[in-house]
Each structure stands twice: as structure tokens, then as C-alpha cells.
Design a binder for this molecule. Structure first.
Ligand SMILES: Nc1ncnc2c1ncn2[C@@H]1O[C@H](COP(=O)(O)OP(=O)(O)OP(=O)(O)O)[C@@H](O)[C@H]1O
Ligand SMILES: [Mg+2]
Length: 465
């Protein structure tokens, strides 16, 4: 269950979203901390600057008038700042420390120079355990004179935390809501993705178990998964069709084998039981047995050839073949029949006789097959033409006849095993010829007009250079 895509995908989505959410929250918090810290320093600096002005004015007046410490200033300062105000430097109000907490310069962190310029820093004031954020401002009686001290305004660092805490709480709520939404979204999204994948997975199980009648509903969306579903459905349909074809093939083969066997068995039984005693009839029976045995032998040979070709277990030689000689050889084999039946039988050779790197015996087998059909279907006094043509980078061997022609509906069927309208034929000639042509790297084309004749064309690879 945990290994299922349906669980792993949303879990992965959610994990990714949670990690990036946490990272974003941590970065936001960090930025906010930096921002509030900067803001606090700015505020402290402004306070320090204002108070130092006030303090310097009071000190100047006290110096001018030789008066005592300006109580009003001390009170004001104390009111304004409470215990967050420190003073470093010489006492300018003898006998009075005013509202400022005087601290030794040595209690400031190393490297902090409060007398030169306005500065900000962190420090732990004497008698305190907390860390304070601080801003200092030098004190001068007159501009451009030596500072006699510095005012430090500070506030505990923990005050910043009060600003962050509500932010953390809000971030946590937003994060929780976001995670919930992301969870629902990733669950919905992964269901959309895994739904069709699970259907495919079940269909694949079914096919693996040998059941090709699977139903793969088309997935919506036009994405890769819907493409996969579509192709998977087609593949299953093709597998089912192939299985059906193989079954049909096997049934037809058994049926075709049984016909001559039944005839042989009938004649042999009759002879053995002494049912035929006339010597002429006996000879006739034996002739039938012999003819059926030949037919059987041819049938078995053809079926084997076709099975090997289909399983790509057919070995084809590769030799230099003089196509003109080969075609003349094929042509010569039917000369007698043509003369006997008054068929106008012609050999046409166009172009210089090409040489091909191919399997001569197999090419001859295909041409002979086509010629056999042409002579079978051409009436006496008809025409059969054998053409060797070279052009367009291919070599064509054409067999044209003036037979009945083949209707467009039949043009594909005649290449299927056992499709035959010839009582003597097996219906394996053309399927074998087509597979052979394919094995030789070529193809067979057909042009035909019903009532006028057919033209079968063997197209072979370009001539060897
Ligand atoms: N030249 C042709 N003219 C008309 N019909 C043809 C021609 N060639 C083939 N056919 C048709 O195609 C069918 C299949 O031919 P194919 O060569 O495969 O088998 P076959 O000739 O019947 O038997 P086999 O060649 O095995 O003895 C034939 O039965 C016939 O109906
Ligand atoms: Mg044939």
C-alpha cells in the first residue's frame, strides 16, 4: 500500500510543499528579525540624538550661568527614558548625577568608541544580565568641540521578541492552512495522474495473464498519460487481433492438412480392404494418393516457410545477382505452357541489366510464384508479360497478365494465408511472396483492373554500386 503511487505521489508533493513552506517561513522570519533590529537601532539613534541635544543645552546653560545642575533636564530625561539611559564621560554637574546612569567606558564592548561619532552596538550594562541594543551620541558643549561625554540609549534585546512572537503565530497559522490546502490539492492531483496509470497497470496484468480483451478507457487531458492510454488500448487490440489471426491460421492449417489426408486415407482403406479390384481403378486410386501426398508435402513446406518468415527465422543469402539472367531463367520456365496455350508471352528488359546484392533463389521463387498465378488466371490466347525495369534507385520486376483482374476489396485479402479461389491452390503463394519480398528488403505492389488484368510488381533495393 505504502509503495503505491497513489500514496507516494501525494506524500512526495506534500513533503516538497512543506519543506519549501518551512524554508520560506524561516527566511521570512530571519528577514523580519533583521528588519526589526535595524528599525530598533534607528529609533534608539534618533532618541540618543534628541536627548544628547537636550543634555548638551542644559550643560551649556549650567556652564554659562555657573548654576547648579539643571534639574528639569534630569527629570525630563528620566521621565523620557526610565532606566534605559546611560552616560559615559566626565561629570559636568558636580554633586549631581542627573537621571543618567553613569557607566565606565570599560563596560562597553571592545572596539566601540562612543566619543567619536554616533554609533550602535549590543552590550550588557553593569548590574544587568540581559543583552541590550544600544545607540550612542557624543555630548559637546559647542559644535566641533571635544566631547565631554556620550549618551547611550538602550533597550533589552528581548523587547524584539515581543514583535516576532505574533508574527510566528501568524506564520504558523498560514503555514497550517497552506499545508492543508496543499494536501488536498496534491491528493486530488495525484488521483488524476495515478487513476489512468492504475487502470493501465491492471490492464497490463490482465494482458500478462493472457486475457487481451481489456478495456482501457481513454484518459482525458491530451497529455503523455492519455497518449499512453490510447497507445496501450491500440496495442491490446492489436495483440487480440494477432492472437485471433494465429488461432485462425492454426485452424485453417489443420483443416487444409486434413483434406488431402482424408483423401489418402479413404483410397488406402479401400485398397487395403480389397474394395477396388479393377486394376485400372486401383491405378487411379494410387495416382490420387500420390497426387495428394505431393500436395500435402507442398502444403507442409509452404506453411513452414511462412511460419519461418513470420518469425524472422528465415535466412537470406547475400550474393551478386545478375537480374537480367535471373529474369530470363524465370521466363524460360513457362515458355512451353505459353506455346501450348497460345499465350502471347513476352519478356521486356528496360535499361542495362542491373546487378543486385540479394538472394537469387528467393527472388526467383517470388517471380515464379507471380508467373504461376498469371498463367493460372490468364485464359488461353491471353497475354503475360514479364518486365525488368530499373529506375528511381530501385529495380522492378513486373508480371502483367490479361486475366480477370482483382477487385479493390480483394486486393488485401489475396495476401492473407489460405485465401484462394483456386481449387488446386493452397492460398499460400502470395503471402509467402510478400514475406519473402520483405525479407529481401523490398515489397510487392499490385495494380489491377477488373476484366482487363493485373500487374504485380516486385520492388527491390537499389542496385549494388
Ligand atoms: N494474376 C492473378 N489474377 C487474378 N487473381 C489472382 C492472381 N494472382 C492471385 N490471384 C488471386 O489471389 C488468390 C491467392 O493467390 P495465391 O498465389 O496466394 O494462392 P493460390 O494461387 O490460390 O495458391 P498457391 O499459389 O498456394 O498454389 C488466388 O486464389 C486468386 O484468387
Ligand atoms: Mg499462387
Amino acid at each position: 500500500m505504502l509503495g503505491s503511487l497513489r500514496v507516494r505521489l501525494p506524500a512526495l508533493f506534500l513533503l516538497g510543499i512543506l519543506v519549501s513552506g518551512l524554508l520560506a517561513a524561516a527566511i521570512a522570519l530571519r528577514l523580519f528579525q533583521d528588519y526589526t533590529r535595524g528599525q530598533s537601532f534607528d529609533e534608539l539613534q534618533r532618541e540618543a540624538s534628541g536627548l544628547s541635544q537636550l543634555y548638551a543645552d542644559a550643560a551649556l546653560r549650567a556652564a554659562d550661568e555657573g548654576a547648579a545642575a539643571p534639574d528639569f533636564a534630569a527629570e525630563k530625561l528620566e521621565l523620557a527614558t526610565g532606566d534605559r539611559l546611560f552616560y559615559v564621560g566626565v561629570s559636568v554637574f558636580p554633586g549631581q548625577e542627573s537621571g543618567l546612569k553613569r557607566i565606565p567606558e570599560a563596560s562597553l564592548p571592545g572596539g566601540v568608541t562612543v566619543f567619536d561619532d554616533a554609533t550602535t552596538f549590543e552590550f550588557t550594562p553593569p548590574g544587568e544580565s540581559r543583552v541590550f541594543l544600544a545607540a550612542s551620541e557624543p555630548l559637546r558643549l559647542e559644535p566641533d568641540t571635544e566631547p565631554f561625554g556620550a549618551v547611550i540609549v538602550a533597550k533589552p534585546q528581548t523587547a524584539l521578541r515581543d514583535q516576532w512572537t505574533p508574527l510566528i503565530a501568524r506564520l504558523a497559522i498560514a503555514f497550517g492552512l497552506g499545508a492543508l490546502l496543499a494536501g488536498v490539492l496534491s491528493w486530488w492531483l495525484s488521483r488524476r495522474i495515478t487513476g489512468p496509470v492504475l487502470v493501465l497497470s491492471h490492464a497490463a496484468d490482465q494482458i500478462a495473464a493472457g486475457d487481451y480483451a481489456v478495456n482501457v478507457p481513454p484518459a482525458r487531458g491530451g497529455d503523455e498519460i492519455s497518449h499512453l492510454s490510447e497507445r496501450f488500448g491500440e496495442m491490446a487490440a492489436r495483440l487480440a487481433a494477432t492472437e485471433e489471426r494465429e488461432r485462425q491460421f492454426l485452424m485453417t492449417v489443420s483443416h487444409e492438412l486434413r483434406t488431402p489426408l482424408t483423401a489418402i486415407k479413404g483410397h488406402v482403406d479401400a485398397l487395403r480392404d480389397g474394395l477396388v479390384d479393377d486394376p485400372d481403378l486401383m491405378q487411379e486410386s494410387l495416382a490420387v494418393v500420390a497426387a495428394e501426398a505431393v500436395r500435402l508435402e507442398r502444403l507442409v513446406g509452404d506453411v513452414l516457410d511462412l511460419a519461418k518468415l513470420r518469425a524472422h527465422r528465415f535466412t537470406v543469402q547475400s550474393e551478386e545477382v545478375d537480374m537480367a539472367r535471373l529474369v530470363e531463367q524465370a521466363f524460360g520456365a513457362f515458355g512451353d505452357e505459353a506455346r501450348r496455350r497460345d499465350i502471347d508471352y513476352r519478356l521486356v528488359e528496360e535499361g542495362s541489366g542491373p546487378t543486385l546484392l540479394t538472394d537469387g533463389d528467393r527472388v526467383l521463387q517470388v517471380i515464379t510464384n507471380l508467373l504461376q498465378n498469371a498463367f493460372r488466371w490468364t485464359p488461353d490466347d491471353g497475354t503475360v508479360e514479364l518486365v525488368l525495369r530499373q529506375g528511381n534507385g530501385t529495380v522492378h520486376v513486373e508480371v502483367a497478365d490479361s486475366g480477370p483482374g482483382i477487385s479493390p476489396e480483394e486486393r488485401e485479402q489475396i495476401f492473407r494465408p489460405f485465401h484462394s479461389t483456386d481449387t488446386q491452390g493452397t492460398g499460400l503463394g502470395l503471402p509467402i511472396a510478400r514475406e519473402l519480398a520483405g525479407a529481401l528488403g523490398g515489397r510487392i505492389e499490385l495494380e489491377s483492373t477488373v476484366g482487363r488484368g493485373s500487374r504485380f510488381r516486385l520492388v527491390l533495393r537499389p542496385p549494388a554500386s
